[in-house]
Design a protein around this ligand. Structure first.
Ligand code: MN
Length: 240
């Protein structure tokens, strides 16, 4: 049978504490709904399989989760940094760099945007509320249902995020206590919240390399507008 659907590798969640790996179905259901064929990438210490996995995938989706180890961007771990997952950092940082090297479409969600940024040389705020003191931030870890949009983003025209929404302002959910500080070389900011946090980055010199700070996978079940980004991503995974 001829292969018709692009194969999209979706990274699993991993709990170091419980030695337990899982993934919310909304991630792979979104990929499958817009014409991709999703497979879950295991969080394994076995480096010898990383290249085989990425070479067989037509695109990589990095999912949400715990904080990236600050040593990965040259900082000590401050008291307000959250849980870290060394094996997950190892797998995902490798996949992000390798996807860029191979110019395979790459989408990062929440932790995923942070992984992409760190993998390619950027830095993070270890905690936005502890480290950003020059202005009042709004709530970026919402106390509302996961699907519910709680803040606005302002979107740059001509970006993938603009193409996904078809407009320069959109509403998103928010479940992050960290954010991008210094943007990785080659990437640009394509949306920000009204209090000035970076909500998406993209690299224009690659086929598709996009990170978003919100969780579209938690929103599309209520509003199909949020499938737009997945549709755009999978569309780029079809292009050889
Ligand atoms: Mn936010």
């Amino acid at each position: 049978m001829e292969k018709t659907k692009p194969l999209i590798g979706v990274t699993a969640h991993f709990s170091t504490e419980n030695d337990y790996s899982w993934l919310r179905p909304v991630y792979y259901d979104a990929i499958n709904k817009v014409g991709g064929a999703a497979v879950i990438i295991p969080i394994t210490d076995e480096e010898s399989v990383y290249d085989d996995i990425i070479e067989r995938c037509d695109g990589i989706l990095l999912t949400g989760g715990a904080d990236v180890d600050p040593h990965r961007y040259g900082e000590d771990i401050k008291v307000f940094n959250g849980e870290i997952s060394p094996i997950r950092d190892k797998v995902e940082l490798y996949l992000a760099r390798r996807a860029v090297e191979l110019n395979k479409p790459l989408l990062g969600i929440c932790r995923g945007i942070q992984v992409i940024n760190v993998a390619l040389g950027g830095t993070l705020y270890q905690d936005i509320h502890a480290q950003i003191k020059d202005r009042e931030l709004m709530q970026h870890f919402q106390k509302a249902p996961r699907w519910y949009p709680t803040h606005k983003i302002l979107i740059e025209k001509g970006s993938h995020v603009f193409n996904a929404f078809g407009k320069t302002e959109a509403w998103v959910n928010s479940f992050h206590h960290q954010a991008i500080k210094d943007v990785a070389p080659g990437f640009r900011v394509t949306s920000h919240s009204t209090d000035g946090l970076i909500e998406s980055i993209e690299n224009d010199s690659l086929k598709f390399a996009v990170g978003v700070q919100w969780h579209p996978e938690a929103m599309w079940g209520k509003d199909e507008e949020y499938l737009g980004l997945f549709r755009l991503f999978v569309g780029h995974c079809r292009v050889k």
